[in-house]
Design a protein. Sequence first.
Length: 464
Amino acid sequence: MQKTFIGPHLRRLRLERSETQGAMARTLGISTSYVNLLENNERSVSVQVLLRLFEAYGVDWREIAEDDGAGQLADLRAAMQDPLFATSRPDLTQLRAALVHAPDLAAAFLRLHRSYQAATDQLLSLSEAEAPNLTTSPEAAVHHVFRRNRNHFAELESAAEGFWAGPVARDDIYTALKARLRDRIGVTVRLASVSELPDTLRQYDEARREILLSEALDHINRIFQLVHMTGLLELRPLFDMLIARSDIADPRGIGRLRVELANYFAAAVLMPYDAYLSEARATKYDLDHLATRFGVSFEQACHRATTMQRDGAQGVPFFFMRIDKGGNVTKRFNATGFHLAEYGGACPRLDVHTSFRTPGKIVPQFVEMPDNSQYFVFSRTVDRPTFERHGQDNRLAVALGCMIEHAPSIGYAEAFTVTRARMTPIGINCRICPRANCDQRAHQAAILTQPVDEKRRGATRFDG
């Protein structure tokens, strides 16, 4: 017969009858020390002792000797794949020993790990404003750096203001950038075919000191990419200083931050702070006009609007969000108290998702968060570069939002009476939104503690 260990079962049986080990030993006709060894799984139980348990206590020996450790072993092995145990992962022998000698402890560990996973899932769904120390992904770490700086970097603004030695006509910027790169740092620029740069928009060949720009880029984005590269090549010490100040140590985060700082610099060069803010105020943040006025894309004009946070010359504080057709948040910047989802998708009740139905058209919306804070949000689709016919409809959507008190400063809100505007109730995302009766709920919220009522069917299967 295979060795059978019944320690936890035997201990529970004895405690339920308020017996000492000595009393159980006398009942079973074995020694007290043997009962102790059995309870600690230091000895396997014999058939004779199992039969005596049945006779003396009326316990079915097949139930008490049933091996229920296979499922627990599988659960333990799955739990140990958590990155938390990457440097100290017990092997299979140790896991088996834990189930044999301390099954209750193993069961408690599994319950604790499941609770840890649920808590982690909830916390990682929060914005960095609520949980800044949990921003472990490169994107989240960079977003926290920008948020901590109110989405404004005075050093980059200053460098951008001194970028041109003198006035440069807008029609001449591309030519002026190529000449600057060639004359100052010996880097040439060449337009490359899609076949030469497959699935790549821009590539810097450091050995040949050459920047390759894909034909898939339109003229606006060729200019932006050249200013971006000029910043990376000319302002490395400044970027290094800002990165060191960020306290990001992960190489992935450092690389991500350097790219975003270069994007910020490029936007500041092409849309000078004072000129942009003046035009934005005069046009009540007409983003299409601003994009045309400064020769940038709609998305770039939106992003620049979030950086108008200079002390004494502040614009409307905006949050910026970009999503793909699957609803995933692919870029975000925030100068407001709005809680942007860090992982997964944004709230499905945000009309940024609806904007895919009306490409190129502004979709305005008034929304209310669970804490009763209210915002005005406007969204629009933007198109990405297309390499070939099979890659058509490579479209994203962007949204800008501000606190409702700033809505009168936004032209897109002029058609509404702000005080009587219809508010759409939204949340950060389904995992932590407390709106149980939302007809768009996709997940049971981690912070909802009420069980589903089997006698009631609400708007969704989570509202019962």
